[in-house]
Ligand binder design. Structure first.
Ligand code: A3P
Length: 292
């Protein structure tokens, strides 16, 4: 019988995938993952934990601005501080407080995260919007670290949706990911943020994150950060202002990480039957109806 990583590759993924500890991962970072438990965290490290396409770039920039105390863009793209993608030596060179982003589950993180009580911000987004966003990314992104001249996923939307629902995609099942983080949130002091709430009132969510980080700021700074991190401003900053060293390669003419930045776009992609099936799977995993 094929493993989930094998199913993913047979289904249209063009980069190496490996099953590690029950989760599909990029082979490229397998060594980092195997050494992750002993990664040396600092007490003041901040972890931004997201399932891919939940608004990581957006929230990472916000967290950096909160820590800086002003609405000033970081020099680099967020991939400069990707916990499982960069080496420990590379990340060691970052100044404290380091703000990492990661797509790992609680059990995959460095062991010291819980002992040190590092601050954790966990962002969730409607999984239907996540799968659409992932499909658009994987169908137009190319790994710079990989010499092959091909996009990451070559199959159709319905092929992708089916693999996604089965957890045969990089970072595994979104459902299991959310369940694992919900469980961790019952035990630890984690700041839980919802993409859709950030869309509705970003300043309010920024204030909540700043207070959680014990770095409250004047009310006007929350508004300035929200404005600097609006979809169009942040897209412009990432593409035109930031140093491009840590940006990954996308197919010419595609929109990159900043595609639409909206809630509910899944309606343009799912058929009624696909939506109903997705809701059923959600219900069987969470024992409650699909909440969005
Ligand atoms: P879409 O593909 O639906 O547009 P991540 O950073 O985790 O990869 O998530 C990317 C998703 O967040 C993309 O979603 C992207 O457009 C959206 N996004 C990025 N910056 C945003 C912002 N400032 N406001 C709203 N959405 C944003």
């Amino acid at each position: 019988m094929s493993t989930p990583a094998e199913v993913a590759m047979a289904g249209g993924f063009t980069y190496g995938l490996t099953d590690i500890d029950g989760v599909v991962e990029m082979t490229l970072i397998a060594d980092n993952l195997r050494n992750m438990k002993s990664f040396r965290l600092r007490e003041d490290d901040i972890l931004l934990c997201t399932y891919p396409k939940s608004g990581t770039h957006w929230t990472w920039e916000i967290l950096n601005m909160i820590v800086a105390g002003k609405a000033e863009y970081t020099k680099h793209w967020q991939n400069s501080a990707w916990l499982e993608y960069r080496t420990e030596e590379e990340l060691e060179t970052l100044a404290s407080p380091r703000i990492f982003h990661t797509h790992l589950r609680p059990r995959q993180l460095p062991e010291s995260v819980w002992k040190l009580g590092c601050k954790i911000v966990f962002v969730q987004r409607n999984p239907k919007d996540c799968v659409v966003s992932s499909f658009c990314q994987e169908s137009s992104q190319m790994w710079t670290d990989d010499a092959r001249d091909t996009v990451c996923f070559t199959g159709s939307w319905s092929d992708f949706l089916s693999l996604y629902q089965d957890g045969c995609v990089v970072f595994g099942s979104i459902f299991d990911y959310i369940l694992d983080w919900n469980k961790a949130a019952e035990q630890f002091n984690i700041c839980q943020v919802q993409y859709e709430d950030m869309k509705k009132n970003c300043s309010k969510e920024i204030r909540r994150m700043a207070e959680y980080l014990d770095r409250p700021l004047p009310e006007k700074t929350y508004v300035e950060i929200a404005e600097a991190c609006s979809f169009s401003n942040l897209k412009h900053a990432n593409e035109k202002i930031k140093d491009q060293t840590y940006h990954f390669q996308w197919q010419q003419g595609t929109s990159g990480y900043f595609r639409k930045g909206k809630s509910g776009g899944w309606r343009n992609w799912f058929t009624v039957a696909q939506s109903e099936r997705f809701n059923e799977i959600y219900k069987s995993k969470f024992n409650k109806p699909f909440p969005y």
